[in-house]
Write a protein that binds this ligand. Structure first.
Ligand SMILES: Cc1cc2nc3c(=O)[nH]c(=O)nc-3n(C[C@H](O)[C@H](O)[C@H](O)COP(=O)(O)OP(=O)(O)OC[C@H]3O[C@@H](n4cnc5c(N)ncnc54)[C@H](O)[C@@H]3O)c2cc1C
Length: 286
């Protein structure tokens, strides 16, 4: 029989996970998990609902950056002016998830730990150098977001660990980010390709730092160092864009399915990387 518990502290949640006799699952917004329970794709023995733990929800400014509780909804992210101004790409990625109803529940941690290759917030978080705080029986550890998903539906978290928060770092001046995805419909669809780009510019508009991350073109989001290298040391000219496009295409190892062939996804990845970089540069230059 499926058991349910809703602890009010992180320590109690870890104890519940560690003490579970079979498979335990964290419940955050439930927009993935409840669908999987109803379809029989997930058959846990215990559900650990973390939403009653106070620190799981909310956004706080810290050390010039932000701490975001793991279960904070997309709607709350979108309503936070400070976060939206500093990390517009992260917020626009999170706000692409689902519908208004889904936005009221869906969290960054759920999007990351569901480990879909097409998860929208993940490329933007990785481009932002976001980290997550993982709680377990030995206490807490902070790891880069890119270390969590290891393949479709799989994560590096131990069975008695869960994510309690995300950290977004302080931004230098003239820095910004952007996220774009391509879907065949106008909304409520899964990314055929997603692209997250974060850049820092100097006073002349030359890029001094960049992160380029692609989603839905490999089993996990891909941090494309070569694509970032195409931008650093340059203004956003045709040479930089052509090299970015080529590097993005080389990094793709997509699947062929009804929503896009390998060739199509690869081409779209280059185009999206260009468009996303252009938006990030424009925002950073303002
Ligand atoms: C109609 C609809 C449309 C959608 N559209 C999109 C879309 O456009 N883009 C997109 O990327 N996704 C989409 N999704 C998928 C889903 O909404 C997102 O992945 C969402 O961010 C999941 O967050 P959640 O809080 O609801 O996760 P949950 O369903 O609560 O959890 C998802 C998984 O993560 C695990 N988990 C949750 N929180 C933690 C934690 N703190 N630590 C460790 N593990 C945890 C759970 O155990 C579960 O395995 C859609 C879903 C629906 C139903």
């Amino acid at each position: 029989m499926l058991a349910y518990t809703a602890p009010t502290t992180v320590e109690d949640a870890v104890r519940a996970l560690a003490g579970a006799s079979g498979m335990a699952k964290i419940l955050s917004g439930g927009t993935d998990l409840l669908v999987q329970l109803r379809s029989g794709r997930a058959r846990p023995d215990l559900i650990v609902d973390i939403k009653r733990i106070p620190e799981m929800s909310g956004i706080a400014a810290r050390d010039g950056g932000f701490v975001i509780g793991a279960a904070t909804s997309g709607a709350e992210l979108g309503e936070h002016d400070g976060l939206r101004n500093v990390w517009p790409g992260v917020v626009e990625a999170a706000n692409l998830i689902g519908s208004t109803q889904v936005q009221g529940r869906a969290s960054l941690a759920g999007n990351l730990c569901n480990a879909s290759p097409a998860a929208d917030s993940v490329p933007a978080l990785i481009a932002a150098r976001a980290t997550c705080v993982v709680a377990g029986p030995k206490g807490r550890r902070e790891v880069p977001v890119e270390s969590i998903a290891t393949g479709p539906g799989r994560t590096s978290l131990a069975r008695d660990e869960f994510i309690v928060a995300f950290h977004l770092p302080k931004r230098p001046p003239r820095a910004s980010d952007a996220y774009l995805r391509f879907i065949p419909r106008t909304e409520m669809d899964i990314a055929v390709v997603g692209a997250g780009v974060s850049v820092t510019l100097d006073a002349s508009g030359t890029c001094t730092d960049a992160r380029v991350v692609l989603g839905a073109v490999a089993p996990t989001a891909v941090l494309v160092a070569e694509a970032a290298a195409a931008l650093v040391g340059r203004k956003l000219d045709d040479t930089a864009l052509d090299e970015l496009d080529a590097a993005a295409r080389r990094a793709c190892k997509p699947i062929d399915d009804k929503r896009g062939t390998i060739d199509y996804r690869t081409k779209v990845a280059g185009v999206l990387a260009r468009r996303t970089a252009a938006i990030a540069f424009e925002r950073a230059g303002k």
